[in-house]
Design a protein around this ligand. Structure first.
Ligand SMILES: C[S@@+](CC[C@H](N)C(=O)[O-])C[C@H]1O[C@@H](n2cnc3c(N)ncnc32)[C@H](O)[C@@H]1O
Length: 398
C-alpha cells in the first residue's frame, strides 16, 4: 500500500468506509468496488479498503475479532504470530517481572500487541516503512507502546534502557522465498543470540526446523503446535525460561494447553525410544513432540514402544489417553503388497480410504489410483515399517 492510500484509509472517511464494508466475499468484491467508485470514492481508496477487508477476514483465524480493528499486508499477516501464541510469549515477559521490552522486527505488531496488552512497556522496532506504519496503527490503543522505524542490527539495549528483548526475525527473502538457515534470517540468529550478553532476558521465535546443534545449551527451546500444526520454536533465556535449559513441546488445541518437557542441554541429541512388536493401539505423536525430540518421553508415558527404531509411531498393548498423540485401534496388519492390499479392501467393500504414512516412499494419491476402489465403506490404513518391514496397518481412529 502506498503512502497516499494509507493516508486515505486513515482519514475519517476511509476508516468509516472500512467499518461499513460487508464481510468480504471474493465473488462480490468486483461489484462492490464498482458501486463504491460509482458513488465518487477515490479508486485507490476503494481498492485499499477492499484489500484490508479481505485481509481482515483472513486475519480472523489469527487475531479473532481484533482483526477488525487492524491493518495488514499479505506478507505481514502471513508472518504474524497468532494471538493465542503471542499471548504465551507475552506471559513469559510479564511473569519474569520485565517492565520494558524491545520487539526487534515487530512486523504488523502481533507480538508487541500481546505484550502491551499485558501492561508491558514496548519499543517495537521495524525496518520496513509500510510495515512500521501499519504496526503504529495496530498498536494505537496502547499508550505504553511505541513503534520506531529502524534497523535491529544497530539496536543498543543499554542506551534504550530495556530490560528484555524479543525478536521474531524474518524467515523469508524480500521476494517471499522461505529461508531455513538461521544465518539467513533477518536479523540473523547469531546477531540476535549475541544480545543475551547485554540483555539476559531474551526471547526469540525461530522456525520449527531449527537443528538442535544451532541451539545454545542453556536455552529453553519450546516447539509450539496449534490444533496439531507446528507453528514455531521459541528460544527462551534468563528469567523468561523458568523451566531451565532443555526442550519442550507446547500443544494448544481447543482452548487447552499441554506441555511435555525434557530438561538438560537444549542442544543434546534426542533420546531414543526402544522398538517393539505391534500392539493393539497405535499413536501418532503431535508434530511439536516430534520436532522437540520428545517422542521417547511420550512413549515412556504411554508405556509403549516404537514400531521401528527410526519411525515416530508408538504402539501399546492397551488403550492410553494422551493429549500428545492421536490414537488408533489396530484392526489388522500385513506386509505391504499392492495386490494383497487391493484384495483386502475390495473384499470389505471399501471405497473411501484415508492413507497415513511414515517411513515409506509410497505416494498416497498414486496408491489410491492404483487401488481403484469403488465400494461404499470407509477405512483408514497406515503405511509404515514394522521393525524394518514395509507393512500395512488397518486402523480405526480412537
Ligand atoms: C516475522 S516478522 C515479525 C512478526 C511479528 N512478530 C508479528 O507477530 O506480527 C519479522 C519482521 O522483521 C522485520 N525485519 C527484518 N530485518 C529487520 C531489521 N534488521 N531490523 C528491524 N526489523 C527487521 C521485517 O521487516 C518483518 O516485518
Amino acid at each position: 500500500m502506498d503512502r497516499r492510500t494509507l493516508a486515505q484509509l486513515l482519514s475519517p472517511e476511509g476508516w468509516m468506509l472500512l467499518a461499513q464494508l460487508p464481510p468480504y466475499e471474493e465473488k462480490q468484491a468486483l461489484q462492490l468496488a464498482e458501486g463504491l467508485r460509482a458513488r465518487g470514492l477515490d479508486p485507490d481508496l476503494v481498492s485499499g479498503a477492499l484489500t484490508q477487508s479481505r485481509l481482515r477476514t483472513k486475519a480472523r483465524a489469527k487475531f479473532g475479532e481484533f482483526a477488525d480493528e487492524m491493518l495488514f499486508t499479505d506478507a505481514g499477516l502471513e508472518q504474524a504470530t497468532r494471538l493465542v501464541v503471542a499471548a504465551r510469549h507475552a506471559r513469559r515477559y510479564a511473569e519474569a517481572g520485565v517492565s520494558y521490552v524491545a520487539d526487534l522486527g515487530c512486523g504488523l505488531g502481533g507480538d508487541a500487541m500481546a505484550m502491551a496488552g499485558l501492561g508491558l512497556r514496548v519499543l517495537a522496532l521495524e525496518l520496513e516503512e509500510e510495515t512500521a506504519a501499519l504496526a503504529t496503527v495496530n498498536l494505537r490503543a496502547f499508550d505504553q507502546a511505541q513503534v520506531r522505524l529502524g534497523d535491529a542490527a544497530t539496536f543498543d539495549p543499554h542506551a534504550e534502557g530495556v530490560d528484555a528483548v524479543f525478536a521474531d526475525p524474518a524467515r523469508r527473502t524480500r521476494s517471499g522465498t522461505r529461508v531455513f538457515d538461521p544465518r539467513a534470517y533477518s536479523p540473523d540468529l547469531d546477531t540476535l543470540l549475541g544480545l543475551r550478553t547485554q540483555v539476559p532476558n531474551l526471547g526469540l521465535k525461530v522456525g520449527p526446523g531449527i537443528p538442535y546443534t544451532a541451539l545454545p545449551s542453556e536455552t529453553h527451546a519450546q516447539w509450539v503446535s496449534v490444533d496439531g500444526a507446528v507453528v514455531e520454536a521459541g528460544l527462551w533465556f534468563g528469567a523468561l525460561a523458568p523451566e531451565g535449559p532443555g526442550r519442550s513441546a507446547l500443544l494448544l488445541a481447543g482452548g487447552q494447553a499441554h506441555t511435555v518437557a525434557a530438561p538438560g542441554d537444549a542442544d543434546a541429541r534426542a533420546a531414543q525410544a526402544p522398538a517393539g512388536d505391534l500392539g493393539a493401539y497405535l499413536y501418532e505423536p503431535d508434530g511439536a513432540v516430534i520436532r522437540s525430540g520428545l517422542v521417547a518421553r511420550v512413549a515412556e508415558q504411554l508405556e509403549g514402544t516404537l514400531v521401528d527404531e527410526s519411525i515416530a509411531y508408538i504402539t501399546t498393548p492397551t488403550h492410553r489417553s494422551t493429549p500428545f498423540a492421536v490414537g488408533y485401534r489396530v484392526l489388522d496388519s500385513f506386509d505391504f503388497g499392492l495386490k494383497r492390499l487391493r484384495a483386502y479392501l475390495r473384499t470389505r467393500n471399501v471405497g473411501r480410504l484415508t492413507i497415513k504414512k511414515r517411513g515409506t516412499a509410497v505416494v498416497p494419491d498414486q496408491l489410491r489410483q492404483q487401488l481403484a476402489l469403488r465400494g461404499e465403506n470407509e477405512a483408514t490404513i497406515v503405511l509404515t515399517r514394522l521393525r524394518g518391514k514395509q507393512s500395512v496397518l488397518v486402523v480405526d481412529p480412537l
